[in-house]
Write a protein of this length. Structure first.
Length: 146
């Protein structure tokens, strides 16, 4: 009976390794692009976002970040949460006047090749929205989440 448990245990471990080895590996070009953009970051958690895009989650200066790269190493976006006090006054003013009575659930800065925008998750009652506002205070995008 003891040898059967050992055999079953070994089989289970081999099965786990067999399935985990099939997990997609981060392409070298993506790793190199990340290291070039964030040379001081040592600890990174990778996830495959889509068939062609990878997301790195990491900390810099005690702040949690995420950065997305295409498989060819092209950088797409970096974002991190910010505190309400760090939102520029004109951006916050646009948010509160355009979406009155909504409560802010999350605020992030998103940087892309096109520049920086502020992204918010807000809600009022059962309605949740995602709102993007540029640094000049213009609403770039908003959509109701289902």
């Amino acid at each position: 009976m003891k040898s059967l448990k050992v055999i079953l245990g070994a089989f289970l471990i081999c099965t786990i390794f067999a399935f985990s080895s099939g997990v997609d590996k981060v392409p070298q070009k993506v790793k190199e692009a990340f290291t070039k953009k964030f040379p001081t970051v040592k600890k990174v958690k990778w996830e495959k976002e889509t068939a062609t895009e990878w997301e790195a989650e990491f900390k810099m200066n005690k702040v949690e970040y995420s950065a997305n790269f295409l498989e060819d190493g092209s950088w797409r976006e970096t974002e991190h949460e910010i505190k309400e006090k760090d939102i520029p006054k004109n951006v916050k003013s646009t948010l509160t006047t355009t979406f009155p009575d909504y409560e802010m659930e999350e605020a992030e800065i998103s940087e892309t090749q096109n520049g920086i925008v502020y992204e918010f998750e807000i809600e009022k009652g059962e309605t949740e929205m995602e709102v993007t506002i540029d640094p000049n205070g213009k609403v770039v995008k908003h959509k109701v989440k289902n």
